[in-house]
Ligand binder design. Structure first.
Ligand code: ADP
Length: 629
């Protein structure tokens, strides 16, 4: 450094800095209460940690609490604590210097172990009081001192400190709440009811009692219908979060209470899981699987997410990043002391920690569902009826990236069992000669059962999975196979039977081929091919599709906007052993009109069986009449 250069400290326009901070750090004004209560809790914690290292201090839990008092008439709100208090110097340093955190210094000085509960670290939370107050007074008496001091400020203009009296150790923060303006009401911050719900929302799990004087109307003694207003001091926070308790101490009713209290749903939870993770990132969590599908679940309005706490203080109401979309039905709470928060404590500073927790949670949910499926089948089926569709979406979305996680959790209706079965159960029942997992698609089980295509596969004794959900076939196409067994639609070109009978049937005679060609011409533009069927037994005709796009998929895709041109490669299959085929053959070559009429009739029949609309219903009925007369 040359002789001329001098090093200078940055100066800050503290007035502007304070204004900026007050108005831009926080998105919710009510957060100020969370900040002041967190400070009060820290002040009590400091006493607790001091007592741990000093035999002279006794920490009697009953002496430590926080009290919130509102006075509507004078528009004052007081937050008192019986914590460590502040000396004159500490008032000066901690409340007079922006971004100075006495709590952070305390943590460093006392070399607290990792599992401490002290919340403060940024040295700005206190000033959030100015979001709702014109004037703030702090009366504090440090532990072990005879003197008390009054710090007061009206915000940007600065502060004063003077001596005062205070009978007991601790701190009172007295806010003069702002008058209402045209745009803003501040009445909530002097209303007992609103304050109580803000405390419940953000500070329910502060470890020390938060007391309030609650006025209630109670039955007057000696009367049957006369009521009087009585004020009693009550603790308004739950203090110990149930997720910090040991599972063995908790009953199902405890978990249900939390579910109701948090308004996770109007139903009862179907199942819950309680996690206490001690890995690279520590966290506790209680997760719920609801019993019923929320009314808006399959709409855009539904918001997924878990409540996120940092050391018992609410950070985010719905943290979406904690849940993958396919588990979006899960409700619950995550609490971690290992999160690094940003300055407003409304967001996280880095999402690496969150990613670790999210991954862990994903695996736990998967494990939990799998164990429900294995051990509590009935419950799992209730779950699957409510949310199975979401799992199938999960298999299909993101190019099938998560299919490995989800495939074991899928259930489909089985032709054999007439109930839901898992893919694993299907596989375990397959006979040795069966090479594929067969499925059939349709609107309902009853309709699928009657599909001509189903008959032969069912006759072989093979189990068929019935797909009635829009998403089913898309999901299965994304899976392709399960445990090396490929999926096959009963409508697909080759059914994969290895049997000689059918091999012979494959050879189409020249005569038959001429008829097929003739029919194909009649149906030109409607079907790609007309051919002899290998799957029909008692029915004369059916429609199948060649290639990736099935008829069912065409139906679904066509219902979407701008998808009019999507078309499956349809094939009209005829049962060459059916009497109607003999009639057709007899007509071929000598009665062209008859071939035309029968071709149209058969094609329309096949459409109806598939649940597809026929182009011209009037022509169809006229054609039937022609045959009838
Ligand atoms: P933070 O809590 O992040 O440290 P604040 O601006 O809220 O930041 O508070 C600044 C400092 O003031 C705290 O670190 C603490 O040392 C002191 N302080 C604030 N409120 C209290 C209180 N109620 N009792 C004792 N000390 C307090």
């Amino acid at each position: 450094m040359s002789a001329k250069t001098t090093k200078k400290q940055f100066k800050a326009e503290s007035k502007r800095l304070l204004e900026m901070m007050i108005n831009s750090i926080y998105t919710h004004r009510e957060i100020f209460l969370r900040e002041l209560i967190s400070n009060a809790s820290d002040a009590i914690d400091k006493m607790y940690y001091k007592a741990l290292s000093s035999s002279e201090i006794e920490f009697n839990k009953d002496d430590y609490f926080i009290k919130v008092t509102a006075d509507e008439a004078s528009r004052t709100l007081t937050i008192s604590d019986t914590g460590i208090g502040m000396t004159r110097e500490e008032l000066e340093n901690n409340l007079g210097v922006i971004a100075k955190s006495g709590s952070l210094a305390f943590k460093k000085e006392t070399e607290l172990q990792e599992d401490h509960q002290i919340i403060g670290q940024f040295g700005v939370g206190f000033y959030s009081a100015f979001m709702v107050a014109d004037h703030v007074k702090v009366i504090s008496r440090a532990h072990g001192s005879d003197e008390a001091f009054l710090w007061q400020s009206s915000g940007a203009e600065g502060y004063t400190i003077e001596s005062t009296e205070k009978p007991s150790f601790g701190t009172d923060i007295i806010l003069t709440v702002k008058p209402n303006t045209e745009d803003d009401s501040y009445d909530d911050y002097v209303s007992e009811y609103s304050l109580r719900s803000i405390i419940k929302k953000y500070s329910d799990f502060i470890r020390y009692p938060i007391k309030m004087d609650i006025s209630e109307s109670v039955l007057k003694e000696g009367t049957e219908d006369e009521y009087e207003q009585v004020v009693t001091e009550q603790t308004v926070n739950s203090m110990v979060p149930i997720w910090r308790k040991n599972k063995s101490e908790l009953t199902d009713a405890d978990y249900e209470n939390l579910y109701n209290e948090k308004r996770f749903g109007w139903d009862k939870p179907l199942s819950h899981l309680h996690i206490s993770a001690d890995g690279s990132i520590r966290y506790q969590s209680i997760l719920y699987i609801p019993e019923q599908t929320p009314y808006d679940y399959y709409t855009k309005e539904y918001e997924k997410g878990l409540e996120l706490y940092s050391s018992g203080v609410l950070i985010m109401n719905k943290c979406a990043d904690l849940l993958p979309d396919y588990f979006s039905f899960v409700k619950g709470i995550v609490d971690s002391e290992d999160l690094s928060l940003n300055i407003s404590r409304e967001l996280l500073q880095q999402d690496r920690q969150l990613k670790v927790i999210a991954k862990n949670i994903k695996n736990k949910i998967k494990g939990h569902l799998q164990s429900l499926l294995n051990n509590e089948r009935e419950k799992y089926e209730t779950f699957f009826k409510a949310f199975g569709r979401q799992l199938k979406f999960g298999v299909y979305s993101d190019y099938g990236m998560e299919k490995e996680v989800l495939q074991d959790l899928l259930l489909f209706h089985s032709s054999k069992e007439q109930k839901l079965v898992s893919l694993d159960e299907y596989i375990s029942r397959m006979s040795e000669d069966q090479k594929f997992i067969y499925y059939a698609t349709g609107e309902s089980h009853a309709r699928i059962e009657k599909l001509p295509q189903v008959e032969l596969v069912a006759d072989k004794g093979y189990e068929i999975l019935y797909f009635t959900d829009d998403i089913d076939e898309f999901a299965i196409k994304s899976l392709r196979s399960y445990k090396d067994k490929e999926f096959k639609s009963v409508s697909s070109g080759d059914l994969g039977f290895e049997d000689n009978e059918n091999k012979e049937a494959e050879q189409t005679s020249e005569e038959d081929q001429t008829l097929f060609d003739q029919m194909k011409e009649v149906l030109s533009g409607k079907v790609k091919d007309v051919r002899a069927s290998k799957r029909l037994k008692s029915h004369p005709v059916c429609l199948t599709a060649e290639g990736e796009l099935s008829i069912e998929m065409e139906k679904i895709l066509r219902a979407m906007p701008n998808a009019e041109n999507i078309e499956a490669n349809k094939v009209l299959e005829l049962n060459v052993n059916h009497p109607i085929f003999a009639t057709l053959k007899a007509a071929a070559g000598n009665d062209e009109e008859k071939v035309k009429l029968y071709t149209h009739l058969l094609y329309n029949q096949a459409l109806l069986i598939e649940g597809l609309p026929i182009e011209d219903p009037v022509e169809f009925t006229n054609n039937i009449c022609k045959v009838m007369v």
